[in-house]
Write a protein that binds this ligand. Structure first.
Ligand code: AHZ
Length: 309
């Protein structure tokens, strides 16, 4: 149909533009609510505003420079360091949950405060997250609410123009290439809507999607319904002989081991955070988060080294 006729069909009727469209401050609105109206909108404009951007992102990030799997405290810390150091890199974060943040919305059990052992306070200063410090005699600092840490790092990560978070999306496999010597190299991730990944057993024909990337940083936490995903998949595909299996809680040994051990486990795959405890058989640390932040910092450093070689 010619554009003139389409414009006359009921479904194409535009909402007449009326009401306030000029940029206003909150102060200017105060006390004038009886005259208030939103700028007009048509529902399709909202649909298009969302879907056009999402599909543009899917198109753009189908070839990424780095994919971070899991947006917990380790993954987000890593994303922050990478995006800040290399604005030229395209960084996709794939998070199975609707809400990014993993276990870092609370400090431990259902308590709010988040403990970070020194020297991880350096990362809080980098982010500008306020904390309580009892001074030279104290070996740790306390953020008054874990959500303050998580929301701050998240908001900074999301503001980098070179980062896209795909939440409610699970990594359900790894893309692999043979290296010519019988070994494998990780070359990307296989993704699906998390709700789809959870229903492969009772629905059929729900093939996945993919993101190619030369470097994957996996920070999916310790074993659980989705956790330790890449570590477990590495074992099942023969890229790792066996899982070490996370050991019992020992704050002192656990945090050092996770930070020091954060590394490229298989060509193209760096593992950090509590997922690493499943690879190395490291202890868990319970409710202290310094190792998650600094493992993220180290994972970023390891990735940057790979880009330089
Ligand atoms: O939803 C998961 C969470 O947000 C996400 N995730 C897991 N599997 C995924 C998959 N695809 C996409 N297949 C996936 N996303 O990964 C995130 C992991 O966050 P986390 O907080 O569980 O892990 P972390 O290593 O960043 O932090 C661990 C925090 C812990 S656990 C612990 C203990 O048990 O002792 N102590 C600390 C500090």
């Amino acid at each position: 149909l010619p554009a003139s006729k389409v414009a006359n069909l009921p479904h194409a009727t535009a909402v007449p533009v009326k009401g306030a469209t000029k940029t206003q401050s909150i102060e200017e609105m105060a006390g004038k609510w009886s005259d208030f109206s939103f700028a007009p909108i048509r529902e399709s404009q909202v649909s298009r505003a969302m879907t056009r951007r999402y599909f543009t992102d899917l198109d753009s990030y189908a070839e990424s420079d780095i994919v971070i799997v899991g947006a917990g405290s380790c993954g987000l810390s890593s994303a922050y360091c990478l995006a800040k150091a290399r604005p030229d890199l395209k960084i996709a974060i794939v998070e199975a949950g609707v809400a990014p943040g993993g276990g870092a919305w609370l400090g431990g059990q259902l308590f709010s405060a988040m403990v970070m052992r020194k020297p991880a306070d350096a990362f809080l200063r980098e982010l500008g997250v306020p904390y309580e410090d009892d001074g030279a005699e104290s070996n740790f600092v306390v953020v008054k609410h874990a959500a303050l840490f998580t929301s701050t790092v998240l908001s900074k990560v999301l503001q980098f123009p070179n980062v896209k978070l795909f939440n409610a999306t699970a990594v359900e496999d790894l893309i692999t290439r043979t290296d010519g010597n019988g070994g494998i190299r990780i070359a990307g991730v296989v993704t699906n809507w998390t709700l789809v990944s959870m229903h492969h057993d009772d629905q059929s024909c729900m093939d996945p999607n993919t993101i190619n990337a030369p470097i994957i940083i996996s920070t999916t936490g310790h074993d659980g319904p989705f956790g330790a995903f890449s570590a477990k998949r590495l074992v099942s595909m023969g890229g790792l002989p066996a899982l070490g299996g996370m050991r019992g809680l020992d704050m002192n040994t656990a945090e050092d081991a996770i930070v020091k051990g954060t590394r490229e486990i298989a060509p193209g795959l760096i593992i950090g955070g509590m997922e690493l405890s499943e690879v190395d058989g490291a202890n868990r640390m319970g409710p202290t988060f310094g190792a998650m932040a600094l493992s993220g910092v180290k994972a970023a450093e390891e990735a940057l080294k790979l880009f330089e070689t």
